[in-house]
Design a protein around this ligand. Structure first.
Ligand SMILES: *Cc1c(COP(=O)(O)O)cnc(C)c1O
Length: 494
């Protein structure tokens, strides 16, 4: 299986090269040349497996230059019980037709762990497979969740170092503590004066700076990034859709071949695109509901065909979905419009901030996608309603998904079973969740966590309760100037 760019460059690469490089030189994203099919026999085989085996089985079809035995060894390590208590992707049923896929049982309590626990192993192997002499130096700018999940995934990985920059003014106290207490020999964490844009711009300057690249290369490193446009992050997300379907069939809650609708809280379009690939590979999916928060650029696009980022950016209670450039949408455009038109849309997006999809492209989306959004007030109400109705606690992101699933069902009367994807533990966003349920909120986040547990009689994830006792390794009180990020990086090389 070879990989091509969404913008039509002529290269065709094995997956190890696509994972090592991340982005194509023409600016496009890598896509498999075709989508492997999982027929009845493979499906039955999958259902008889445990999660690491399911993951290795599915990944081996997409990453055919990796041996299935290598993938199985990596998946067994990545998805071991001590990292994902109770399994990486358990399904909870709220009633006969409403199910929740919980993806936050990993070390950092957000769904990004599922990809970021395996991707470092894939990268590490890619260095050997491609004959790369240098080691990878991963640079990350984070607004919160990605940075911690990447640190935890890459810590102590062979031939990889990682450095994360986060905005001193832009992350929650829990997220700051999660990063400042990070363990591992190959990790560095710095806070940056300013907001996320300042941090992101600083990183972009470093990535485009030939002097830094030269000095790193002299030191035996090449720069790489860990963000969600890398195919190595997308492929592992296909697995849990098959896994959830198998589990529901085994529990007698779905008939074999019965369709299921899936609703995904969406930001960068990575998670929902993985669901689309699963459908293309043979999973019986009815509709994919793309759930946005108040930054509803995607639901507007699905409903009008116009993608327009010239609009206000809102900071919401579901910060991981506060995005106006949804990078992975490019992959779906490529599948429905082809590479020439995709390259043209992306050119218009960068020049004018907007593009309009033609009607044939829109039909490609309309066949399966539906876009809905949920404002701030309804997000908090949905947390309260869902807890009242089902005694089921959701975080703010999942609440956006719940609300959109409900809107879709009310509007269409579609009775197909619905799977809502739950992307973060409620305890990761405890202050908003506690406020939704009680009308109160404490200044200290650990007080909100304790109060939420007391009120709902649910368990605090150990990795969050232990946080208050951990040793700070990277002093958050010493933020660097954005202009000094480069010298900070070069300093750590010595
Ligand atoms: C990253 C993230 C999302 C958005 O996922 P995409 O793949 O970017 O669409 C949703 N919820 C949470 C909690 C996240 O961390």
């Amino acid at each position: 299986m070879l990989y091509v760019s969404t913008r039509g460059g002529r290269e065709r690469l094995a997956s190890a090269y696509a994972i090592k490089q991340g982005l194509s030189p023409d600016g496009g994203l890598y896509m498999p040349e075709f989508i492997p099919q999982f027929g009845k026999e493979q499906f039955d085989a999958l259902c008889a497996m445990n999660y690491p085996e399911r993951a290795a089985f599915i990944l081996s079809r997409f990453l055919s230059d990796y041996a299935e035995s290598e993938l199985l060894a990596d998946c067994r390590m990545a998805y071991a019980e001590d990292r994902f208590t109770g399994g990486p992707a358990p399904v909870k049923s709220l009633n006969d037709r409403l199910h929740v896929l919980e993806l936050w049982h990993g070390p950092t309590c957000a769904f990004k762990d599922i990809a970021l626990q395996i991707m470092p192993r894939l990268l590490s192997r890619a260095l050997y497979k491609t004959g790369e002499k240098r080691d990878a130096f991963i640079l990350v700018a984070t607004s919160g969740d990605t940075g911690k999940a990447a640190l935890e995934g890459y810590r102590d990985t062979d031939r990889v170092r990682i450095m994360v920059f986060y905005p001193a003014d832009g992350v929650s106290r829990i997220q700051m503590l999660q990063m400042a207490t990070q363990e591992g020999k190959n990790v560095e964490v710095r806070s940056v004066k300013g907001n996320f844009d300042d941090t992101q711009n600083g990183i972009k300057k470093i990535l485009a700076d030939p002097e830094t690249a030269g000095l790193l290369s002299d030191g035996g490193y090449f720069l790489s990034s860990a963000n969600s446009i890398n195919w190595g992050r997308l492929a592992p997300q296909i697995v849990y859709y098959f896994s959830a379907y198998c589990d529901l069939v085994k529990q007698g809650k779905l008939k074999r071949d019965e369709k299921i609708n899936i609703c995904v809280p969406t930001g960068n379009f990575g998670n929902i695109f993985a669901a689309y690939i699963a459908e293309q590979a043979g999973l019986p999916v009815g509709k994919l509901i793309c759930a946005s928060n108040r930054n509803n650029i995607l639901s507007d696009f699905m409903n009008t065909g116009i993608y327009d980022r010239n609009r206000r950016f809102y900071t919401t209670s579901s910060p991981s979905m506060d995005i106006l450039i949804s990078s992975n949408l490019e992959r779906m455009l490529y599948l429905s419009a082809g590479s020439t038109r995709t390259a043209e849309y992306m050119r218009r997006l960068s020049e004018k901030g907007a593009y309009t999809a033609e009607s044939d492209v829109r039909s490609g989306f309309d066949r399966i996608f539906r876009g809905y959004f949920c404002n701030e007030e309804d997000t908090l109400h949905t947390i309260t309603d869902t807890f009242g109705e089902y005694q089921y606690l959701t975080d703010t992101h999942t609440a956006v998904g719940m609300s959109c699933a409900r809107q879709y069902i009310q509007e269409t009367r579609d009775e197909t079973p619905m799977l809502v994807v739950s992307t973060a533990s409620p305890y990761k966003f405890a202050s908003d969740v506690y406020r939704a349920l009680s009308g109160r909120q404490y200044d200290d986040e650990f007080a909100n966590i304790a109060a939420l547990s007391e009120l709902t009689k649910t368990e605090i994830p150990p990795s969050l309760s232990e946080l208050s006792k951990k040793i700070i390794r990277f002093d958050p009180g010493l933020p660097v100037n954005p202009d000094d990020m480069k010298s900070e990086l070069l300093h750590t090389l010595r």
